[in-house]
Design a binder for this molecule. Structure first.
Ligand code: NAP
Length: 248
């Protein structure tokens, strides 16, 4: 690692928005640690290749963010190997959509576990080390659904509203230790996650976007990179909407 090299941790960095965030955050000489869940490593390997092409050292690991022990070991390993953690991006997330009256307890709990409890585990593990080193930035992926609700996503919307409250609380607790904590709330971003939505519904959602186009992973990644940069040094506890004007 070069003298200025930064260390970035990204959950769910194998594809979609997480991959774009890893690429936007890291410059040559930096180190990225990311995780993913799927036993198939091909997407993770592709992310590693893209990062290495940019001169970034990359480590991908397969584990579930709902496993507190694995999360703690991952964060500790990165810190012990690199001596610092500059940024944690809580990006891993899932959907298991269904109408409220038909939603099973498992469907509700699983989404809360990955999207909210996983964010708590990662944030807590990184915060302990960042507080000691007295610097660091944490950015979590919320969603427009967590701000205004969304039919069929009671579990997902609740998890993302929880991420917003967790972000604001962590920001208040960590501010005096030099650690900033923010969230971004994307609207409709073209990734595998939204590709599962029926085509007709996708078109209806796009029609609600004043800017007239769906978002791209890079649209989110650039804002996350800003929040982690020195340009955002006085920004903490904020939820930045990235939605083409869907909610104002
Ligand atoms: P995606 O394309 O489905 O990618 C999800 C990523 O999370 C993958 O890398 C996946 O790994 C990983 N992941 C899923 N479950 C995991 C677990 N239990 N442990 C560790 N990693 C796990 O999703 P995306 O659209 O990029 O979304 C990224 C984040 O943005 C999510 O938090 C999502 O809620 C949020 N968001 C997305 C949109 C949108 O329109 N796309 C809008 C608002 C917010 P594998 O590939 O190995 O499964």
């Amino acid at each position: 690692m070069s003298e200025q090299g930064k260390v970035h941790l990204v959950t769910g960095g194998s594809r979609g928005i997480g991959r774009s965030i890893a690429l936007a955050l890291a410059s040559a000489g930096d180190v990225v640690y990311f995780n993913h869940y799927d036993p198939d490593d091909s997407a993770a390997d592709e992310t590693i290749g893209l990062l290495e092409d940019a001169g970034v050292e990359a480590f991908g690991q397969k584990f579930d963010v709902t496993d507190a022990g694995q999360v703690q070991a991952w964060v500790k390993e990165a810190f012990e190997a690199q001596g610092r953690i500059d940024n944690l991006i809580n990006n891993a997330g899932i959907t298991m959509d269904g109408l409220l009256v038909r939603m099973s307890p498992e469907q509700f709990n699983q989404v809360i576990q990955v999207n909210l409890v996983g964010v708590f585990y990662c944030t807590q593990a990184a915060a302990k080390l960042m507080m000691k080193q007295r610097f660091g930035s944490i950015v979590s992926l919320a969603s427009i659904a967590g701000q205004i609700g969304n039919p069929g996503q009671a579990n997902y919307a609740a998890s993302k509203a929880g991420v917003i409250a967790l972000t604001k609380t962590a920001a208040k607790e960590l501010a005096t230790r030099g650690v900033r904590v923010n969230a971004v709330a994307p609207g409709f971003i073209e990734t595998d996650m939204v590709n599962t939505i029926p085509e007709k519904l996708q078109e209806a959602m796009k029609a609600m976007i004043p800017m007239g186009r769906a978002g791209q992973p890079e649209d989110v990644a650039d804002v996350v990179a800003f929040l982690c940069s020195d340009a955002a040094r006085y920004v903490t506890g904020q939820v930045i909407a990235i939605n083409g004007g869907m909610m104002m």
